[in-house]
Each structure stands twice: as C-alpha cells, then as structure tokens.
Ligand binder design. Structure first.
Ligand code: ADP
Ligand code: MG
Length: 683
C-alpha cells in the first residue's frame, strides 16, 4: 500500500531525473502529486458540431490527421497547416512558429485539439492544446471530461495525467476521511477520497463542482486551524485591564466632535477585550478617514489609566510624528507625557527613552520600527497598537507583542483588504469594522485629466488656495533612477513656486530627505505656512491635515488602486468639498480601468475588491510577507462563501478543542500548516 508521504520515486517509471523535474512543480511526495490539481478541464463528452462553431470561440475537435503543410504567411511567421477529417466534416488545424511539431503530426493519427476558431467557410482552428490518441489510455480519456495539468518541458501535462491515474488506481494510505460525519452532513461535503478522485477524473461537471467545493473547504479549514493553533499556542493569560478609564473619558470630552456610532461600537469591543483576562488580538478595519485613530487613543489611554505602558507603532516617521504631536497636544492637560521613538533620533535621546521605558517612567510611546529593536525593554507593557498594519509583516507584529508578557494587541488597517482576505490573513484575530465615516463628509470629486488641461487645473488650484485651502501634489516614480525622479519633483516644485504660485508657499517633500527636515516641512504645511506641498509618495499613509482639500496626482496611471485610494484619502477630512485630480493619459487597458474605478468609486471596500479582481490576492499585499502560504485550489476572490463556512467550522472546532480525539487527523494537518507558516516568516 502506498503512503501519501512516500517520495514519488516509489512510482513506476519515476527515476531521479523525473523526480528532479517534478520537483519544479512542487511535487516531491505521492501526496503532492495528488494535490497537483488540474488547472482546467476539457469536456470531450459533447464536442460541438463544426457547423455550430462561432468565430473567436475556443472549441475542441477530434479527427484523423492529413498531410502537414508548412506555410509562411508573413516574414518571421511559420505556420503548420494540417487538414483533419472529423465525423461531421473537414477542418484545418494550424500552429504558429512550432515547427518542431512537424514530425509528430503524422497523417492517419487521431488527434484531439483545442483552440480558437478562425473565420472562413472551412473551420480553421488555431491550436493551443492538443493530444494524439496513441494508446488505450488515450482512448479512455477520449469521451469524458479530461483534466489538463500544468506540466514542465520534460513532463508534459499528459504524462502527469497518466501518473495521477496510475496512483489513484492503487490503494493509498492517508486518504481516509478526516472530518466527522456530522460535519460532512452539515456542510454538504463530498467525502475526501471521492473528492480527490473526482477532482482529477470527474464523472460529470456536477461531481467536479462538489469535489472542488470540498477541497477548497479543506484548504481554508486547514489554514484557519493552523492560524488558530498559532494563537492558542502563543496565547498566554493576558492582562485584565481595570474598568476605570478616566483619561479616555477626559480625552473624548475635549474633542470638538462626537464619536460616530461605528467608532463607539468598535471602542466597546476593544473595551470588552481589554477587560477580559485573555490577551486581546483585534484587527480594526476602516476606510481612510473613518477615524481609526480615536480607537487607538482609547486603547492607549485605557492602559495608561490602569498604570500600564502603551505603544503605538506606525510604518513611517511622518505618521509617527503626526500621532505624537497630536497626542502630546491633547494629553498635556491630562498630565500624560508621550515620547517619540524613531530611527532618526540621536543616540543620546534614544538611550534616554530606552531608560524611561525600562524603568516605567514613560507611559506612552509612539514610534516606528525603532520600537522593535532589542534595546527596547518595557517595565510593564499593557497594550500595543499598530497603525496601518498592511505595511507590516506578521513577524514585526510578533516582535513587538513579545516585548510584553502578554500585552493586548490592536492592529488598525485601512482598506485595501477585502473581507475575504482579512479573514484569512488575520484568522487568529477578531475583526472590527468601522463602517461609517464621520458626518458631513462629502464624496471627494475625482477627475482624470490629460496634459492639455494643466493650465485649467492650475487656475482651479489658485482659486482654492485663495479661498484658504491647501493642496497636495504627488509625483510618482517615473524614471529609472531615483535621482531623476527627485529632479522631476524638484523641477515641478520650482516651476510652481516661480510661475504659478509666486505669492504662496510651496514646499517639497521627498524620500531622500533627512527625517528631521521632512518633519520640519510637514510641520510647516500642517501649520498653514505652506499652501502647496509637492511630494514623492512619502505622504501616502495616514497623514492628516484637515485643511488640505485638493490632491493632485501626477502620472496617476503609475500607481496601483490601493495607493491611489490611500493618497486620495489624504483630503476630504474637513467638512468642505474636496477634489482629486488624476493627471494621466493611460495607454493600457489596465491603466484606463484603474482611472475609471477611481473616478467612479470612493468607497475603499469597493476599490479593494476591484483591485483584487484586477491583480489577484498575491499581488495586492504580497502574501509571503503575511505568512500566507500559496493556495493550491482555493481562490480568495471567488470562494469567499466557502471561506466563511470554513471559518464557522474552524471556530467551532477551536472552541471544542482541537485536541479531541475526533479531530486528531485534522489537528495533524493544522500543525503542518502552522509549521509551514512559521517557516515562511523565518525565510
Ligand atoms: P483614519 O481612519 O484614516 O486613520 P483619522 O483617525 O486620521 O482617520 O481621522 C480622520 C479625520 O477625521 C481626522 O481629522 C479626525 O480628527 C477626524 N475625525 C475622527 N473622528 C471623527 C468624528 N467622529 N467626527 C468628526 N471628525 C472625526
Ligand atoms: Mg490613520
């Protein structure tokens, strides 16, 4: 009997070389082979009659090959043209620039070919995939739904199919059902062994769908349990913060506005978490401008009220400084003195802060990555708040968490993280959503304009500045070298200062500036001494200057949707009508689509979903950094419903305890996922 864990070299015909080749596809064991799922299927049960085929569609034909002809329709283009006699008439198969096939396509052989239907009275098919029917196995594959596998140059998809079939015909250990019967029924799941057979060699489309459903469900479940395991293992008894929260109360009373219902709801969730004796792990998701900072402040002050230390970590120095300045101003009256810890502090200042953190005299610290240095030690860390979480990896989060015994952890993120992805990435965290913007916000009017409208744009900007508003102008990376980009931004700033806004203050902010200088410029802009801020993308996350109400993005087509949304979110923070101008002349379809999405939508969730559809999960966030293993079969966009079901079951299982005997096989799988996840983070 074969075991799933055995190396594939135990299979007939797999030597060292084949094994090395298969390893390129991630196939090392027999189990890996079984999990090398087809990437598509071909329905050879009903082939469409030639007469009914439509030009431009992809169709499959089968028939007997005639004589190959070589044709040169254009210079540099070689075409193989082969007539094929099908049951219902004749067709022509063509291949472009694949002369090596010439010898293979022998007259008299039977072929099954799939490709795009061309025009003309005789059906011409431009083949992108074909098989010759050479032996019995091929004949078996003939009139059914045929799985198509991704292969390598040496191991074709067809060879892989034979291999998978060979394995599935043997008895294999490790294919037993691992979900309890009760769950199979509740979630209407196909049995595991059946699912595995049907995913490779489906009887019909319905069975295939059920098989896929089951395997997607499993993949999510294992992932979620793996993450759940992580939080069980990592979760030590946490701090039960006291119920009194004098500081937070005082803080909120001095605000010029009332909290939104959404903010109150989330704050209440945080309150419950913090007062419980379990360590809090909560993700707060809210669109840009939804007021996440208030939730952060609540958590920080609640901890400080009870005599604990509190940390707020941000991905950039500008953002850290902004939070720090705001907090310092508002906390002065309350007798709390925050500190700012960033990489650009000089050694003496840094060491002074280290000391205050270690002996507990500093209760509240705001900072960047500098906070996770090993020199940073806390006397009694009570809460960790991480702003704009999507910029940090899991590892950095853990590094900070581990500085306390078991501090409560709150991470905050703006979209773009669609719900499906949030559930998966942060499966070990509870999720709160601020699903409401503060009142009086008007949708930011967004326009995509070409170069020819620049003069008009400048006229409009002058009017806005004259009316007392401030303006951001962002320049992306355009040139190969950073130096050139800097020159572009500098030139633009000079041009604006001299020719367009001679009577106003124009500032320039870029990534290469020393942090102190950046802070200085930002401070001048915030204080209203500068009216126009030209910048490279350093202002992207979190910056909050309510009086700025126009965002101009140069070469906007160079940015992804997520970044554009973040940038636009810098304006429209006061009650006034805000504007965003995308200066762009997109050439690609993708670029056009991004601009159109920005003009049409302002809701970050919608934009995130669009981004997701355009780019796919891995691209949006860099899954590796988040410790998310590649998914074999599940798709985060299309399988959200299944993900939610898996999550429901995962929660139930974790609650009952994964150590229960009935969950034993599941536990083993979850442990593997957990291990893989940890390894990813280490590498
Ligand atoms: P983000 O969620 O993007 O971090 P911020 O916390 O920076 O948003 O808040 C955006 C702006 O909205 C800030 O200027 C903040 O003072 C203001 N704000 C926050 N909550 C409210 C509220 N309930 N009513 C009015 N304005 C608010
Ligand atoms: Mg923020």
């Amino acid at each position: 009997m074969r075991k799933k864990e055995e190396p594939i070299t135990v299979l007939k015909g797999i030597g060292k070389q084949r094994a090395a080749d298969l390893q390129k596809l991630g196939i090392v064991t027999v189990g890996d082979l079984l999990e090398h799922y087809p990437y598509r299927y071909e329905d050879r049960t009903h082939l469409k009659p030639l007469k009914e085929m439509q030009e431009g569609d992809t169709e499959t034909v089968t028939g007997i090959l005639g004589q190959v002809q070589e044709v040169y329709p254009r210079r540099g283009l070689k075409m193989l043209r082969v007539p094929v006699r099908c049951a219902d008439g004749n067709a022509v198969l063509v291949w472009f620039n694949q002369n090596h096939l010439k010898g293979k396509l022998q007259p008299g052989l039977q072929i099954v070919a799939t490709g795009k239907v061309g025009k003309g009275t005789v059906r011409q098919i431009s083949v992108n995939d074909f098989e010759l029917i050479e032996d019995e196995e091929d004949l078996r594959n003939f009139q059914r739904i045929v799985p198509i596998y991704r292969g390598t140059e040496r191991s074709s998809g067809k060879q892989l199919r034979k291999l998978v079939e060979q394995v599935l015909q043997q008895e294999i250990d490790g294919l037993e059902e691992f979900l309890p019967q009760e769950e199979l029924e509740e979630y209407h799941l196909l049995g595991y062994r059946d699912a595995l057979y049907q995913i490779h060699f489906p009887e019909d489309w319905q069975q295939l769908n059920r098989a896929r459903h089951r395997l997607v469900f499993d993949e999510f479940l294992e992932l979620l349990l793996g993450m759940g395991l992580h939080s069980l293992i990592e979760k030590k008894e946490g701090i039960a913060h006291g119920r009194q929260e004098v500081l937070a109360g005082q803080f909120f009373r001095q605000l010029p506005f009332a909290l939104t219902d959404a903010q109150k709801k989330v704050i209440l969730e945080v309150k419950k978490d913090m007062e419980s004796s379990k360590a809090m792990k909560r993700l707060v998701q809210g669109d840009v401008g939804s007021g996440k900072t208030m939730v952060a402040v609540y958590a920080l002050l609640k901890a400080v009220s009870g005599g604990y230390q509190a940390v707020l970590m941000t991905p950039t120095e500008i953002l850290a400084e902004q939070h720090f300045l705001n907090l310092r101003e508002k906390l002065q009256a309350l007798g709390v003195e925050p500190e700012l810890l960033t990489g650009s502090l000089n050694r003496k200042k840094r060491e002074c802060i280290y000391k205050k953190l270690q002996d507990g005299t500093c209760q509240l610290v705001v900072g960047t990555h500098a906070l996770i240095q090993k020199e940073v030690q806390f006397a009694n860390l009570g809460v960790v708040v991480i702003d704009e979480q999507h910029r940090f990896g899991v590892r950095q989060r853990l590094a900070l968490e581990n500085k306390g015994l078991a501090p409560d952890v709150l991470v905050m993120t703006a979209t773009p993280i669609p719900r499906s992805l949030a559930l998966t990435l942060y499966g070990d965290m509870a999720l709160s959503v601020i699903d409401e913007l503060p009142p009086g916000r008007q949708a930011i009017k967004t326009y995509c304009i070409g170069e020819h409208k620049r003069e008009g744009l400048y006229r409009f900007l002058r009017e806005q500045v004259a009316a007392g508003f401030q303006i951001y102008i962002v320049c992306p990376l355009v040139e190969e070298s950073e130096k050139m980009d800097l020159e572009n931004a500098t030139q633009l700033a000079d041009h604006l200062a001299v020719n367009v806004f001679p009577d106003y203050g124009v500032g320039l902010l870029h990534g290469k500036m020393p942090p102190a200088e950046k802070g200085e410029i930002m401070e001048q802009f915030r204080a209203g001494m500068l009216q126009i801020l030209v910048s490279t993308t350093v202002i992207e996350v979190g910056v909050d200057v309510p009086n700025a109400n126009v965002m101009v993005i140069e070469n906007a087509e160079r940015f992804g949707l997520a970044q554009l949304h973040q940038l636009r979110g810098r304006v429209g923070r006061g009650g006034e009508q805000a504007y965003c101008f995308l200066v762009a002349e997109p050439k690609t379809d993708d670029g056009k689509r991004r601009m159109a999405v920005m003009v049409k939508y302002t809701d970050g969730f919608v934009i995130a979903e669009e981004d997701f559809l355009l780019r796919g999960a891995g691209e949006v966030l860099g899954t590796r950094q988040h410790g998310l293993p590649d998914l074999k079969i599940a798709d985060l966009v299309h399988d959200v419903k299944i993900l939610e079901q898996s999550r429901r079951l995962a929660e139930k299982i974790l609650e009952e305890g994964l150590e229960q005997p009935k969950y034993e096989p599941l536990r083993r799988k979850a442990e593997q996922v957990y291990q893989r996840r940890m390894n990813l983070q280490e590498s």
